[in-house]
Write a protein that binds this ligand. Structure first.
Ligand code: DAH
Length: 356
């Protein structure tokens, strides 16, 4: 063992001991900063790497990485323990002292409620994308015209506005504040934040509720849910987009359901595509639900349009990306085989109870 290794060994075990000895979350955070922060022995060992020969530098670099990972894991474990015990202490201090009161049997029977189908499907979709390396973000449901339309390359009076029948909010100048008609405006918030904080790339999905002035029918509700996806990184191609869509389809719907992309038009992507999956009702044979095509449209996708990058200040020569957006309600409908989506809002417990 070289002197350098001994130094690393000593610094790691001192830091591990300090982490294990932390008695409160505050102490733990201080010990964690001292263990791996800028002024830690680990950081100065890292700074000393420059002086070493290349092969030795690589070996030492790997040792430091491993030590850092060990310390971070120890800090996370100790943090969990401390948070759990602080919570237990807090609950005990907060408990009602009922003294000699005798608690009798409940005089009425209680029916437990349960979560609904859509939140459950949303959580499952998030899990699928998180497993593929995406982060989950959310944005506001009330948007300005800029986020819902203009920044997405849909200027006022653009014919494409007809694709989204919009509810306007009676606030400020007429028709300037909208209930978002899709989750795409959250992309714009995310890109703006990443540019402002210098935290590109982005790999995120953004689920949420949307609103359109549509008459409800078997496949549409005026209040519905979408999940948006956005990847902005270096060297992203259409093949990456197609791969993500196909991987998602199989993970969520199962291996016998396929996805396909058909040329489409959206103002914020170029090229754009419509994203379809094998009809889950007839498994592709053709039925009434899929108008005898064997395919069901889930949403849209495409490569980021340079105009959208320009609106948020991203350099299209350095960055490229793709986006997609599709209906969570439609996914739930396809998976659960629900003939008419309006059943979800009818409040008939005999229907809703099936999804507990
Ligand atoms: N926002 C579109 C809609 O609601 C769907 C969509 C299409 C989202 C293409 C995207 C995209 O991100 O790239 O109709």
């Amino acid at each position: 063992m070289t002197d350098w290794d001994l130094d690393l060994e000593r610094a790691s075990s001192a830091a591990l001991a300090a982490l294990a000895g932390a008695a409160t979350v505050d102490e733990l955070e201080a010990a964690a900063a001292a263990a791996t922060g800028k002024r830690s022995p680990l950081a100065s060992l890292q700074r000393s790497l420059g002086a070493a020969e290349p092969a030795e530098r690589r070996r030492r670099g790997a040792q430091i990485q491993a030590a850092r990972a060990r310390l971070e894991l120890a800090a996370a474990q100790r943090r969990d323990e401390l948070l759990a015990s602080e919570r237990t202490a807090w609950l005990a201090a907060d408990a009602l002292d009922l003294g000699d009161v005798i608690v009798t049997n409940r005089p009425w029977s209680v029916t437990m409620g349960h979560g609904g189908l859509i939140p459950a499907v949303q959580a499952e979709l998030e899990d699928v994308f998180v497993a593929m390396g995406f982060q989950v973000a959310e944005g506001p449901e009330v948007e300005t015209d800029w986020y819902n339309f203009e920044a997405l390359n849909i200027p006022p009076a653009h014919p494409a506005r007809g694709l989204w029948d919009t509810f306007y909010v009676d606030l400020g100048e007429p028709e300037t504040i909208v209930l978002r008609t899709h989750t795409s405006p959250t992309q714009v918030h995310l890109m703006e934040q990443a540019v402002a904080t210098g935290t590109l790339p982005i790999h995120s999905v953004m689920p949420g509720r949307c609103y359109r002035r549509d008459t409800p029918d078997a496949r549409h509700l005026a209040t519905f849910h979408q999940v948006e996806g956005l990847v902005v990184d270096r060297g992203i191609t259409f093949a990456d987009l197609a791969g993500v869509i196909e991987t998602f389809t199989r993970a969520f719907f199962g291996p016998d359901i396929q996805s396909r992309l058909r040329p489409g038009y959206f103002p914020f992507t170029e090229p754009s595509a419509e994203f379809e999956i094998t009809c889950t009702i007839c498994r592709g044979a053709g039925c009434r639900t899929c108008s005898h095509t064997g395919w069901i449209e889930l949403g849209g996708c495409g490569m980021m349009d340079p105009d959208v990058f320009a609106a948020v200040g991203i350099d299209p020569d350095e960055w490229s990306g793709f986006a997609f957006g599709f209906g969570i309600d439609r996914c739930a409908q396809m998976r659960a085989g629900i003939a008419d989506l309006r059943a979800l809002t009818d409040n008939d417990v005999r229907f809703l109870e099936q999804f507990s």
